[in-house]
Structures are given as C-alpha cells and as structure tokens.
Design a protein around this ligand. Sequence first.
Ligand SMILES: [Zn+2]
Length: 147
Amino acid sequence: MIGGAGRPYEPFCGEDPRRYLLRGEPAGRRDETVLSDDREEEREGENPGIFCRTCAHRISSDNDRIAVNGSHTHTFFNPAGLVFELGCFRRAPGCLVSSEASNQFTWFAGYSWRPAFCARCAGHLGWRFEKVDHAFFSLILANLKNG
Ligand SMILES: [Zn+2]
C-alpha cells in the first residue's frame, strides 16, 4: 500500500515522514549550521527562487526565509541516525500540503504539522507547522536548490 496508492501526500521514497516527527530527536546543535546568505545573488527587483531539486518546480524564495526559535536552519536526526537539515520559510506556494494534520510529537513546541510535497512531482519536501496565530514551512534543504 505504501507508495503505490497514488495518494499525492505519500512520498515516493516509501518512507512515512511522520516517523521522523514521532521518533526524531532534536540535535541540540541548531545554531551551528551556516546560512547560505553569502552565496545569494540578489539583484534589485528580483526575488531569487528556491526550487525542487527533483523537478525544478519553484517552491519558495529567499525572501521568504524566516527564523524560528532564533534560527533559520534546524537539524534533526531520524531513527536511522540520518541528519535532516531543515530551513524555515514564511510560505511555500509551490508545495501541496496534506489534509491530515497531526499534533502528536512535534519538533516545534505548540505547533501541529502536515507533510508538504512538491506540487509538480509530489516529492516530499518537508512539513507545514501550524498553530492558531502562526504557520510556517520547514523544508528539507537537501531536497531543494537555489535558482
Ligand atoms: Zn518537484
């Protein structure tokens, strides 16, 4: 069933993204990562895009990068010990978000979350975290590329 049902919110890799949220633990080193600001090629009047690494669909933009809990990037481990580096974005118009929200164990206290996928290729890109008065996207940087 996993991966073959054609549901748009199921990642093609066959792994359940909720697994990481339920069982992943914060790395506790979130300030160690370096922002990529120094390689921005920002031109006046332009808003450099953030794209799906798989299909190059425009997902978000550099101007939509935000800091959450004091940092744009956050590092988490999944149960296999693989590191996820996530970047936080104010919005991600290129994402489709699962209709299923969960408030089970969450990386960001007080937020529930939904898996977020590329609107073009349906690749798993991260999660949308939500609470009553605030929402943001936390996207897997390894699955994105700068324009
Ligand atoms: Zn894509």
